[in-house]
Write a protein that binds this ligand. Structure first.
Ligand code: ZN
Ligand code: ZN
Length: 168
């Protein structure tokens, strides 16, 4: 009705034929290179990190290039080879809880500033993808509630002292 044009795209994987995993070819000729991990398999690629020859079974094709299983499982190499593989995430509820807790214990008047920040972090944390280890979403809610209690206490404290001063 508004004459706006739009474009629709059909998900291409729906019509694509299902791909089968590749089979490694057996080594037939002595002159050919074999896989570092499977001596009887023919090497088809070289690892982009360590340079070992790998068979079709072992060659892991990542967006950043081919790696062998050893380099894939090695911590440092994964960070370099595959930045797309996410290994950690910041737990915002923990950051918010520490901020609020420490400021309260060290110097409680600081909470007038840190409570709203902690609430903000908790709300931000709710919008982020969850923890990789499955620590719950409820932690953000818990921090948010504690932060709101602090804010309510501050509002109440300031309001009563203002009314008290006004009455005198
Ligand atoms: Zn490698
Ligand atoms: Zn192999």
């Amino acid at each position: 009705m508004c004459h706006a044009s739009f474009q629709g795209e059909i998900f291409p994987a729906l019509s694509r034929e299902q791909e089968r995993g590749r089979k490694a070819e057996a080594l037939v000729d002595e002159a050919e290179a074999s896989c570092f991990f499977h001596l009887q398999n023919r090497a088809v690629q070289a690892c982009g990190t360590c340079g070992r020859f790998v068979c079709a079974l072992c060659a892991l094709e990542l967006p950043s290039g081919v790696v062998c299983p050893d380099c894939f499982s090695h911590d440092g190499a994964v960070a370099q080879v595959a930045p797309v593989l996410e290994k950690s995430r910041r737990i915002w509820s923990s950051v918010a809880a520490w901020l609020l807790g420490l400021s309260f214990l060290l110097f409680w008047p600081l909470t007038i500033a840190t409570a709203p920040v902690a609430c903000g972090l908790a709300v931000y944390g709710m919008r982020q993808p969850g923890s990789l280890t499955g620590r719950g979403w409820w932690r953000n809610v818990a921090v948010l509630i504690v932060g709101l209690i602090f804010i309510a206490a501050w509002v109440w404290g300031i309001a009563t002292s203002t009314v008290g001063a006004w009455l005198e």
